[in-house]
Design a binder for this molecule. Structure first.
Ligand SMILES: NC(=O)c1ccc[n+]([C@@H]2O[C@H](COP(=O)([O-])OP(=O)(O)OC[C@H]3O[C@@H](n4cnc5c(N)ncnc54)[C@H](OP(=O)(O)O)[C@@H]3O)[C@@H](O)[C@H]2O)c1
Length: 280
């Protein structure tokens, strides 16, 4: 069946789920492409995830995205898990295969890389040391992406040291873990600094870090997008550093999901970005 012979369906499963901007983004693309279809937010309780995922095929869904708290749990439910999802330890995107089997992958890391390249075309992962603050799910995707992109030195700093060590062990690459107390000093000589903690998000206090060792030419990124400019990014911008917020990471993983679900890759337009920004 071609994409014009059926009503296209995809979903986001989360608990809660209504805060997400993903439906706005995907439904923008249905309209942009002139396709009949929809992307629905599905509030799925953790205990209902397996049944919900198995229902995708009989209901005619092409696939779904996963958000908190389902990204890790889905690893044990889907039929195949690719290398990216296995190493990141989380699935962000499920595709229903023609035979009904469920394939899990993680597009967050590509979203992260594409966002940086889109916002700062001359940025290179191997330009110098990269500091990643945080060691949760977002950080794992960021570290995986940086490694795929050829980063030669990744310094990871997290409040809970053992979690950083977990990433070092899982990725077996040029990543070194540093104690949280050293978060101010590891910025020394860094070409790129990424906040992948939840600190600075709406409702959370700002990330507690001094930027006096930050080089003027370092690129400073945050994967947070609510608020659009975190206190961490504000501080870096005021020092004269180039900054990139986290909204593009969300937007740029979307086309990859479309490619898997519907065989075409829509574009992240300025109009889409503005639409989502206005809703934040
Ligand atoms: N733009 C995107 O597409 C995208 C994608 C994924 C995530 N995100 C955003 O990234 C952020 C993190 O998400 P996540 O999924 O990685 O969450 P997570 O797995 O819960 O990890 C949270 C991280 O924040 C750290 N943290 C929490 N409270 C802290 C505190 N008081 N002081 C210092 N560190 C603290 C945690 O450290 P401990 O290990 O010590 O607890 C951990 O490293 C969220 O704001 C999320 O919205 C954005």
């Amino acid at each position: 069946m071609s994409n014009t012979d059926r009503f296209l369906l995809a979903a986001l499963m989360g608990w809660p789920v209504m805060h997400s901007r993903s439906p706005m983004m995907h439904n923008y693309w249905f309209a942009q492409q002139g396709l009949a279809g929809t992307y629905v937010p599905l509030a799925i309780r953790p205990e209902g995830l397996a049944a919900a995922l198995r229902a995708l095929h009989p209901l005619g869904f092409a696939g779904c995205n996963l958000t908190i708290p389902h990204k890790q749990a889905a690893m044990k439910i889907v039929d195949t898990v690719d290398d990216a999802a296995r190493r990141i330890g989380a699935i962000s995107c499920v595709t229903v295969q023609p035979d009904g089997l469920l394939a899990g992958t993680n597009n967050d890391y590509i979203g992260f890389l594409r966002n940086l390249r889109h916002e700062q075309p001359d940025w290179r992962a191997d330009a110098g040391p990269v500091v990643v603050l945080g060691a949760g799910g977002g950080s794992r995707a960021v570290c995986y992406g940086l490694m795929q992109d050829g980063a030669k030195e990744i310094r990871i700093v997290n409040r809970t040291f053992s979690r950083s060590l977990g990433i070092v062990e899982a990725f077996d690459g040029p990543i070194k873990a540093y104690p949280w107390e050293q978060r101010h000093d590891v910025l020394d000589g860094a070409a790129t600094v990424v906040n992948a903690t939840s600190q600075g998000m709406v409702g959370q206090p700002a990330l507690d870090i001094r930027l006096d060792k930050l080089a003027k030419n370092a690129l400073v990124a945050d994967i947070i997008y609510t608020p659009l400019e975190s206190p961490f990014l504000v501080a870096a911008r005021l020092l004269g550093n180039r900054t990139v917020n986290g909204l593009g990471m969300l937007l740029h993983q979307g086309p990859l999901a479309w490619k898997l679900w519907f065989g075409l890759e829509p574009v992240v337009t300025l109009e889409l970005r503005t639409l989502v920004e206005k809703s934040l």
